[in-house]
Design a protein around this ligand. Structure first.
Ligand SMILES: *[C@@H]1O[C@H](CO)[C@@H](O)[C@H](O)[C@H]1NC(C)=O
Ligand SMILES: *[C@@H]1O[C@H](CO)[C@@H](O)[C@H](O)[C@H]1NC(C)=O
Ligand SMILES: *[C@@H]1O[C@H](CO)[C@@H](O)[C@H](O)[C@H]1NC(C)=O
Ligand SMILES: *[C@@H]1O[C@H](CO)[C@@H](O)[C@H](O)[C@H]1NC(C)=O
Ligand SMILES: *[C@@H]1O[C@H](CO)[C@@H](O)[C@H](O)[C@H]1NC(C)=O
Ligand SMILES: *[C@@H]1O[C@H](CO)[C@@H](O)[C@H](O)[C@H]1NC(C)=O
Length: 751
């Protein structure tokens, strides 16, 4: 099971974390997490204070040290502490975990572009949907934009207990954006300590989730069309937990604490950081308490694939989302960048096709038809010895007088627009294959081409001292957007639950920051095009909101199960593909009628936690109440993963042993009252997968049926990394698919 392995791999000794995080004399922020709220809520803050007093010893210092008391939805506090004080607190019985406050990152790269979520067709339950509140933990929100127009929206749903706080550059809330709060935002510039979005990310993710339809939206005429959120009738509540300095754990926890108490129905968080122990991870903690109150949390899986163990936000009560591309690409024809002749002439001299396409999102129209071209190598600053890589156009490696007024060819996609811009260059051609299917919003005329084409250009530049083309024929300076239809492809981020569109997405943007990270960029826009799992996450939360409008009482696990078992097949292209797409690309319309769901009870989560090695005492703190849990009565009775999950993952750590695993599962009938489901299994070569029983008969709705999946096989062949199979239950109307993944790991397990 993916969760098991990921959490296990990243499990750090709690004490080691503290020593590393809190060495020295300086007071560092640590977060004390004590689990579920006590039954008598009266004295949460007093209790925190007395714990702090006991550790610090001085009333005044203890008061000043505390930053947050979390007590609305779960129990814990954040305070500035010295290492020995941390030690004292860790020794307290009631403390579940103490961890250093770390910074996390937004899961987007602002300069990438993306494409819009396909419109969900099918009937909508707009009236019910407008009672659904999506809480978004992000960079704030820019309300005064067409995507958040509240025309036709009534007042906030009666259950709403949140607030709209005031702040600089913030116009306030409306009936669409019904709440906005900001948190500590340590070290953020004063202008950002407000619910206003000074970064753009939060406005973008919010409008993907629940923006209203805006016709004729585009980014400088690129990607023209209707921009709309997936759950366009739902309400938005923004919790600003990030500034330009990142997103700190303590603010994330504060965001969850408030959002849960305010009455949101779903939470979307496009932020990540290294996965650590589940209960030292604010995402895992916050989403656990959300789940207990029936709130599904959708999180981005991170942009660090396609390698193994790069996935983030993996707790099994989180819906972990990968980003997929959709069927359009933004391509900048070279002629848009240079004026047509230069490239055509250039490429003719290679004896090649006349036009080459590079990827980028350009809003620029060059003033002249032609510009001289130079490579970074030839533009190197040779006035002093340097270790910098001029062919990659490293900052500081180029000579200004060689670059000025020219288009520069740089090797590698990392070459920076602003380096060329600062030196007075007029354009940039970068080569690089690794980003073959994403385009960037760029701050100067720029395009990205394949390495092969790059080499040709380089050779051409070398072949002539002054590579300026002959007199041009009529210029063609406009950007051309070409639509190339391809099957959906996945970009690889290992082991998410499912995938949703995340590449090249057009959505609302804040007018406060420029459209790229370049502070010299003067462009501000109503819409922008971004890419990343950051954009995939709100697509998935919108799909969940859409489902909730049909099934208001379904548990978070049931909603996630429906989304996972009804996915669309994906065309996948790299070696870790099956680990990267999870169950596949979401299909919200189908998910409304999944037939069967894999629901997960608290008992099932507890057996999972036992399997993860948490003891009964720790689990009791987490689950609340006085009951102590006896793990041996939960585990190992519940099979390989101890969890009623809609997918089955078996990680083989010992490849010399034969394959053997049992997954126990229970499905609940949400399709037709009387129905008969048959199992269809596909097994990888050399592995047997048996489902017992292989038919399930239901007489009523909401009936449960249990089965087991027995996997047996010999030793894994050398060099085999991933073996994939599947289980599909089907009656005449529904197909309920679960991926079965067996994979080996080369990395040693670190405990
Ligand atoms: C926001 O407001 C502050 C103070 O009111 C101001 O200094 C700052 O420039 C504003 N920020 C933006 C991005 O407009
Ligand atoms: C310079 O950077 C390019 C592109 O990243 C790379 O291919 C090349 O090997 C680098 N050269 C040196 C000398 O490091
Ligand atoms: C172009 O010339 C530079 C500098 O002499 C050299 O490093 C580079 O390899 C040449 N490129 C090609 C494709 O021949
Ligand atoms: C349970 O685990 C916690 C945290 O690892 C530990 O402090 C505690 O002593 C354990 N309790 C028992 C009864 O083993
Ligand atoms: C826990 O459960 C196991 C198996 O049911 C039992 O043998 C054991 O006595 C129980 N331990 C406690 C402390 O109740
Ligand atoms: C079926 O199982 C779910 C949890 O998985 C439980 O909540 C529900 O009560 C069960 N239904 C019946 C009819 O027992």
């Amino acid at each position: 099971m993916s969760r098991v392995s990921a959490a296990f791999l990243f499990k750090l000794c709690l004490f080691a974390t503290l020593v590393q995080g809190l060495q020295g004399d300086e007071r560092k922020v640590a977060i004390h997490y004590t689990g579920e709220l006590p039954e008598a809520k009266t004295s949460v803050e007093d209790k925190h204070h007395s714990l702090l007093m006991a550790a610090i010893g001085d009333e005044e210092i203890a008061r000043q040290a505390k930053i947050y008391s979390y007590g609305k939805s779960f129990n814990g506090f954040a305070a500035r502490l010295l290492p020995h004080e941390v030690q004292k607190l860790s020794d307290e019985d009631v403390v579940m975990s103490v961890f250093a406050n770390k910074k996390r990152k937004l899961h987007t790269t602002r300069s990438w572009d993306f494409l819009g979520m396909p419109e969900t067709s099918g009937s909508r339950n707009s009236k019910v949907e407008s009672d659904i509140i999506i809480g978004i933990l992000d960079t704030g929100i820019y309300v005064n934009t067409p995507s958040f127009d509240d025309k036709g929206f009534g007042p906030a749903p009666a259950k709403w207990k949140g607030k709209c706080v005031k702040g600089a550059n913030f116009t306030g809330c409306n009936n669409k954006v019904i709440g906005a709060k900001y948190f500590n935002l340590e070290n953020a510039p004063t202008g950002s300590v407000t619910p206003a979005d000074d970064i753009g990310h939060g406005t973008h993710t919010s409008s993907i989730a629940a923006g209203v339809a805006v016709k004729g939206a585009s980014f400088y005429s690129i990607a023209k069309g209707t921009a709309r959120g997936g759950a366009s009738s739902a309400r938005i509540a923004m919790y600003k937990v990030c500034s330009e300095n990142g997103c700190s754990d303590m603010d994330l926890l504060a965001g969850f604490d408030e959002a849960i108490a305010d009455g949101v129905d779903l939470i979307s968080v496009s932020i990540g950081g290294p996965s650590t122990d589940l209960f030292s991870d604010p995402m895992a903690i916050g989403s656990f308490h959300a789940m207990k109150r029936g709130i599904l949390t959708s999180c981005s899986g991170g942009n660090y694939g396609p390698t193994e163990y790069t996935i983030e936000n993996v707790a099994p009560w989180i819906m972990t989302v990968a980003a997929s591309s959709i069927d359009r690409k933004f391509q900048t024809e070279f002629k848009g960048l240079f004026g047509s002749q230069m490239l055509i002439w250039t490429l003719k001299s290679f004896g090649q096709m006349q036009t080459r396409l590079g990827l980028s999102i350009n809003t620029f129209s060059p003033k002249k038809q032609m510009y001289p071209l130079i490579s970074g190598t030839l533009a190197a600053d040779t006035s002093h010895q340097s270790h910098l890589n001029a062919s990659a156009c490293d900052y500081g490696s180029l000579s200004q007088h060689k670059v000025k007024g020219r288009v520069v060819y740089c090797e590698g996609y990392l070459s920076q627009d602003d380096t060329i811009k600062q030196l007075g260059g007029v354009g940039l051609v970068a080569s690089g294959d690794s980003l073959a299917d994403v385009a960037f919003v760029v701050s100067m005329p720029r395009t990205t081409i394949s390495n092969k084409d790059g080499e040709k250009i380089d050779r051409y530049i070398n072949s002539t001292k002054n590579p300026i083309p002959p007199p041009p024929s009529p210029p063609s300076l406009s950007l051309s957007l070409s639509l190339s239809l391809s099957l959906t492809e996945i970009r690889a981020y290992a082991q998410p639950d499912l995938a949703a569109p995340g590449l090249d997405i057009l959505a609302a943007y804040s007018k406060l920051p420029p459209v790229t990270e370049d502070p010299l960029d003067k462009r501000h826009a109503t819409f922008n095009i971004l890419s990343g799992t950051s954009m995939a996450c709100p697509h998935a939360v919108a799909a969940a909101a859409y489902m909730k409008s049909f099934h208001p009482n379904w548990s978070p696990a049931a909603i996630k199960s429906a989304l996972m078992t009804t996915t669309m097949p994906m065309k996948i292209k790299d070696e870790f593909a099956e680990l990267s797409s999870g169950s596949g690309q979401i299909n919200p319309v189908k998910a409304v009628h999944p037939g069967l769901v894999y629901d997960i009870t608290m008992r099932s989560y507890i057996s999972f936690l036992c399997k993860e090695g948490y003891n009964g005492t720790t689990i009791a703190l987490l689950a609340g109440g006085k009951k102590k849990f006896n793990c041996s009565s939960f585990w190992p009775a519940h099979g390989t993963d101890g969890l009623n999950y809609p997918s089955m993952h078996l990680q083989l750590t010992d490849t010399s042993a034969s394959i053997s695993a049992i997954f126990y599962r229970t499905v609940t009938n949400v399709g037709s009252a009387k129905s008969l489901y048959k199992a269809k299994v596909t097994a990888p070569e050399g592995v047997s997968i048996q489902v017992v029983p292989d038919t399930l008969k239901f007489d009523k709705l909401h009936e449960n049926r249990s089965f087991k999946v027995v996997i047996k096989g010999g030793r894994v062949k050398k060099g085999t990394h991933i073996m994939s199979g599947s289980l599909e239950w089907s009656d005449s109307r529904h197909r309920v698919k679960s991926p079965i993944l067996i994979f080996t790991t080369d990395q040693p397990i670190m405990v």
